[in-house]
Design a protein. Sequence first.
Length: 156
Amino acid sequence: MNTYLKPDTLIQNLQGPAVVSRVEVASDAQSVWQIVGNFAGFPAFIPALAACEMTGEGVRSVRKKLFKDGNIVIEQLNTRNDQALQMTWTLIYTTLPIGNLWAAMSVEALGDNQSVATWSIIGEPSDQWPDSTEAFQAFLQGFADDAMNNVRNLFQ
């Protein structure tokens, strides 16, 4: 083996503040999980998505999110627990000005017909991001908030 070649990866465990979007939903936790826990089903609550193509099933599966504006995002499912209603994923490739990104989705029951869905994101802009880091965080927050408000509206 070439002495200059060593195992490496572009995916990193990110540090820093998380963008968190949390909404109370007027439905049981399992019903909400069927929407937000469907790794291939994000177009149900993100209108900017034209389609979501899956490769594989479960942990290590990969989704390709095709946005209506032509952008592409490819992500890998890292963890999934249908009993705890939690999953995490990592960005692999994107045409958007995003560097690394990690995200988690979870649902907790608040009662028989009430739950809370939470989307957490830790990300960093790529070198092509035109604005400040604060503007990048605001972009992520706005995107997540819009999506989670759509989740809440699906159950009203």
